[in-house]
Design a protein around this ligand. Sequence first.
Ligand code: ADP
Ligand code: MG
Length: 249
Amino acid sequence: MGTDDALVAEEVTVAFAGVKALDGVTFVCRPGEIVGLIGPNGSGKTTLLNVLSGFLEPAAGVVRFRGGATRGWSPQQYARRGLARTFQGVRPFAQLTVRENIEVGAVGVGASRREARERASDLLDELGLTELAGTWAGILPAGSQRRLGIARALAAEPDFLLLDEPAAGLHEAETDAVIDFIGSLRETRRIGVTLVEHDMRVVMRLCERVQVLDNGITLAEGAPAEIRTNERVLEAYLGTGSVGRAGGS
Ligand code: ADP
Ligand code: MG
């Protein structure tokens, strides 16, 4: 399968003060697929998202977006070309309303004010935020903040979406709402989703393919069912409890 329409990292390496956060990692996300990116804390997941979205330039390796090398692109250029992301620590503009935060996502990629308003109304509705449209984003509870982060990213109408732990810190019902929404993207938009997630339950339910990072390298890659029983993966997660949560339901 070619990767000319995909988001690709080829053997990327990133070091912080000499310590390699990523060491020759290759990653592919194709249009329409939800790829899970998992691994213990500190394994390099967020760093890989930062590389894929232009927030970090790799010391070695290349990122390709729809066939073209992206070296030198700013995060804004990525956004305009169809890539959007959310952040692990949600950071809405606290002094703007929920609606305005979503509009910023649209205006940021060149939408007119009218277009931005329309997209915001649709997304408020889709993400169940309409009743909170006029609320200051800074005072939202965690679950709504996560959904706002996703709405703001989608306001840019991306072809690829990178989500950094969208369910972290959420209660079970809130997690389910986020999972359902991400799953619904498959039907409503044919975008490629890279999902960084700690909660294996989320990954199992959503992803057709999973890549496991450990200490900056790829430990395993495959279908969720394979990953779940992979010895090396279980070993890497030992003691964290994350894989255990994939059992049962
Ligand atoms: P994950 O998202 O999988 O928890 P990260 O990508 O955030 O992991 O971090 C990978 C490694 O890189 C960790 O050892 C972390 O301490 C280190 N790291 C990440 N960002 C920085 C940074 N800005 N400066 C120094 N070290 C960093
Ligand atoms: Mg992280």
